[in-house]
Design a protein around this ligand. Sequence first.
Ligand code: 5GP
Ligand code: MN
Length: 331
Amino acid sequence: MRAMLTTTPQRIVVVSHTNPDGDAVGSSLAWAAALRTLGHEVHCLVPNRYPYFLNWMPQIKEVVIFKDQPEEAKQLLAEADLLFCLDFNDLSRLEILSDTIAANTHMRRVLIDHHLSPAEGYEIVFSHPDSSSTCFLVYSLIEALFGTEIISKQMAEQLYVGMMTDTGNFAFSFLTPELFRAVAVLIERGITVPEIHNRVYNSYTAGRARLFGYTINRKMELIHGGRVAYMSLTEPEMRRFGFQQGDSEGFVNYPLTIKKVKMSVMFLQHTHFIRVSLRSRGNVDVNLFARKYFNGGGHKNAAGGKSFVSMEETIAHYIRSVEEFAAEGGI
Ligand code: 5GP
Ligand code: MN
């Protein structure tokens, strides 16, 4: 990798997944900044918009959004020598951008990711499913390749956002001493932890708070002896609360605050499909569940997929799948 990056300045695109989250955007921006210190020309690209509560992030306005600027994105890809794929394991996760990327075969490709089962087709693969975030992976790469001295305050903020959001505020798995040492370095670079926390978690609209109350109160169903939860939102329901991209972020975690609940799912209606978001606790493997029943994947305790039938059929399929999965010892 060092050899790949120390040759003449190159044109580089850093791409991340559909519905980019804090880890996708944070890792892309910080990695792009690190590459720029070597003189490379770097652009960040995502398929669609990031949630509005990330708008404050340093340099985020420079991220090219394929859905809004398809021609600019195609031009950047046509001119690029090198493509970094961050925070996703398969080109299909790029959805509307997948075909464009797949067609650009002249670029060398490098994967930096923490999801299970990385796809083929990369010259170099940094796939670490035991890393709590891609931001922590990028931090570790920067440390190994360039030294942490190159991390500016802005890069530290970008990296912290992904470390914080992907670990559910340092509450999920893979909370290693190395991660907290990395956080210590980011704090030395001048980040203010409560400020970043407020900007990300306390910046929602009133509509989002009401939608959350509605979803838990009216739409949360408990099945399988109260050990499995599901919730759903249709387009009219979202419209009623002035839904914006990112507003349902975190909803799916809430049923897991109930002691008995081991698995939770959220079905969110989109124009042409239903997005499925899964979370679990302990040994319940929702990555396996998402792969088997919803054409998706992710991590053991956080995964996702899609459904192309109606909401009623999707829920019926889910209930049947939970029964089958439980009968096989999955729950
Ligand atoms: P979220 O529920 O936050 O959208 O996604 C949770 C996790 O599941 C993320 O790590 C994400 O990468 C993964 N994921 C979400 N949707 C899909 C999907 O359609 N396919 C695959 N393979 N993974 C997904
Ligand atoms: Mn991630």
